[in-house]
Design a protein around this ligand. Structure first.
Ligand SMILES: [Zn+2]
Length: 160
């Protein structure tokens, strides 16, 4: 379990997603519009995800402020069960520094459920790309050992 044979496909998808995001943010910046992600034009991280049964269809997500209202109840329930607190709070079960629901991974899982298929099990069925930085269009190098944070590794079986 946890072996992500879809990584190459997903990484290709997240690279093109990152390029799209970069173009949008750059256009926004040139037009003098306010940053889209808090004080930043670019989201810190983008991720794509898929299931083994329909590999061609991907969920897309970027790291952004966690709002309970954007989340499908299946993701909200999964996060609560695994991390012991509500979306936007700090986990009571991990030492992760990120608020619950902020990462690109739960947003990508949420996008998959809402846009592609609400009947999957988000805990076990989803595979994730390497997290990418839309600004540099490169994989993140923040985490030396694991590409995913403790919260995401505790939430999704294949986030390893
Ligand atoms: Zn995470």
């Amino acid at each position: 379990m946890g072996l992500n044979i879809y990584k190459q496909f997903l990484d290709q998808k997240v690279r093109s997603l990152s390029e799209e995001i970069d173009k949008l943010c750059e256009r926004r910046r040139q037009q003098g519009k306010a940053p889209s992600f808090g004080k930043y034009y670019h989201p810190a991280i983008a991720v794509s995800c898929c299931t083994s049964s329909s590999v061609g269809k991907i969920g897309k997500g970027v790291a952004c402020e966690p709002r309970i209202s954007v989340y499908h109840c299946k993701i909200a329930n999964l996060l609560k069960r695994k991390l012991g607190n509500v979306i936007g709070g700090k986990s009571t079960k991990t030492n992760c520094c990120y608020p619950i629901g902020q990462c690109a991974e739960p947003h990508a899982a949420n996008n998959y459920l809402k846009v592609i298929n609400p009947y999957i099990n988000p805990e076990t069925d989803l595979f994730f790309s390497t997290p990418y930085r839309p600004r540099t269009k490169g994989p993140i190098k923040v985490f030396k050992v694991f590409p995913y944070c403790e919260n995401c590794r505790s939430t999704f079986l294949n986030c390893r």
